[in-house]
Design a protein around this ligand. Structure first.
Ligand code: SAM
Ligand code: SF4
Length: 440
């Protein structure tokens, strides 16, 4: 029995795919790399924007043909599976097993039944499941909180992933200890809003306390995603400043620089609050690398609103940014109540924002030339003769392949920068010497 998993979307989905992969392996399934080799194809879906939804539609069309040709079990999980839109698709394309993001631990039961199996419940045991360390990985994700209590008007996530539920700290620490023993050197703590960790469960540590606990476990690098500006508090910044293992890479999505748009997005903070958080980060973590998410062309966004996003970008001077064209998602308040802007307006604004991002990323990247940084080399780069890794600030760094023959942590002097890449040369390995990949 052979299974193949296809994953769309964010790091939470990558983590969930690993979770179901380990469930499958424990049931005796073999994981394979292609649809052709598989008896069971499981698609982990994303519903945040229209594009990934269309990708899933076209993939399910191909899988239905494959099913008609040779018989195939088709599974669908992730955010789209939780939505009516996804369930209509599942019916049309003959999906056999459909699991919402809260029902992943129902997979063994689903595979036992010889009938169509759909589960959209939010099961508590999803939080208790500790997947074994991914084989041979130096870097791994650990979910610390599921769901989202915010109601940003453009976003489908609160509907698909339900309210916030924090995982027990003992489980998180146990999972990280297992990762450490397996040779993982970088752990990323995951949640839609990690700052809210612990708030839903009396007696749990706060996010700042959890950061300190994880930072003291002996894992060289600890990162976290995603923070919400509304509760990115001083004690979190303090915890980062005091804990050397925590990477000073702060991803703080702003979405828009205009208060009028932030209000229509129901983003619970305004420009001044956001800039105050940036000021505090710069004051307490002067070497922090800053990135953000921005949505352009939100319904009703005027040229003046967009200019405010551009001016905020200049005020912060981000190192990196993830920029999205607003995508109307059925089921969200913005879809229901607001009129979408013409596509040409949205695309033209995105182009201008990308120009701004390139300028700033280049300026920021140049500041690293001549400095020595710690790079986690993961493997071959697309560019011939180079290996690729990332530093503690999440910059992609290319190194001549001969200088870093095995994946691991290296000290690298940055020699050159482009808007998107840093180029460097190895000046030493972190002690103990480069950690080779465990043999799979
Ligand atoms: N929870 C995180 C936060 O609030 O920053 C981010 C989660 S969301 C899955 C990732 C990003 O997708 C958001 O920050 C937002 O920029 C973008 N996004 C969400 N809904 C969108 C939509 N309808 N159209 C375009 N981008 C969207
Ligand atoms: Fe979506 Fe807003 Fe929740 Fe982030 S905070 S997942 S953007 S609703």
């Amino acid at each position: 029995m052979r299974a193949h998993i296809i994953t769309y979307g964010c790091q939470m989905n990558e983590y969930d795919s690993h979770l179901v992969a380990s469930e499958l392996v424990s049931l005796g399934w073999e994981l394979v790399d292609s649809v052709e080799e598989a008896d069971f194809v499981l698609v982990n879906t994303c519903a945040v924007r229209g594009k990934p939804v269309e990708k899933v539609r076209s993939l399910l069309g191909q899988l239905r043909k494959e099913k008609e040709r040779r018989g195939l079990l088709i599974g669908m999980m992730g955010c789209l599976a939780q939505l009516d839109e996804g369930q209509q698709m599942a019916k049309k394309f003959g999906v056999d097993i459909l699991l919402g993001p809260g029902a992943l631990t129902s997979l063994p039961e689903a595979l036992k039944q010889n009938a169509r199996f759909w589960d959209l419940t939010f099961r508590e045991d999803v939080l208790d499941y500790i997947p074994p360390p991914p084989k041979g990985a130096l870097s791994a994700h650990v979910t610390i909180i599921r769901g989202c209590n915010h109601h940003c008007t453009y976003c489908i996530v609160p509907t698909t992933r339900g309210p916030e539920v924090s995982r027990h700290p003992d489980l998180i620490l146990k999972e990280i200890e297992l990762l450490k023993q397996a040779g993982v050197v970088e752990v990323t703590l995951l949640g839609q809003n990690v700052n809210s960790y612990g708030k839903d469960q009396p007696g749990f540590p706060s996010f700042a306390e959890l950061l300190r606990m994880v930072g003291g476990m002996g894992i060289p690098r600890v990162r976290f995603l995603t923070s919400h500006p509304v509760n990115f508090t001083d004690d979190i910044i303090q915890a980062i400043a005091e804990t050397p293992a925590i990477c000073r890479y702060i991803h703080l999505p702003v979405q828009s620089g205009s208060d009028r748009v932030l209000r229509r997005m129901a983003r619970e903070y305004r420009r001044a609050h956001y800039l105050d958080r940036i000021r505090k980060i710069r004051e307490m973590l002067p070497d922090a690398v800053l990135s953000t998410d921005i949505i352009v062309g939100f319904p009703g966004e005027t040229e003046e609103d967009f200019q405010e996003t551009l001016s905020l970008y200049d005020e912060v001077g981000y190192d990196q940014a993830y920029m999205f064209i607003y995508s109307p998602r059925p089921g969200t308040p913005a879809y229901k109540h607001f009129q979408d802007l013409p596509r040409e307006v949205k695309v033209e604004r995105l182009m201008r924002l990308i120009e701004k991002q390139k300028e700033w990323s280049y300026r920021r990247n140049l500041e690293w030339v001549g400095k020595t940084v710690e790079v986690l080399v993961r493997g071959e780069a697309k560019e011939e003769g180079f290996v690729q890794g990332h530093d503690r600030g999440n910059h992609p760094v290319l190194i001549p392949a001969a200088q870093a023959p095995v994946p691991g942590l290296y000290q690298v002097e940055i020699k050159q920068a482009t808007p998107h890449l840093l180029f460097g040369e190895v000046v030493g390995a972190r002690e103990p010497a480069p950690i080779p990949l465990p043999v799979a």
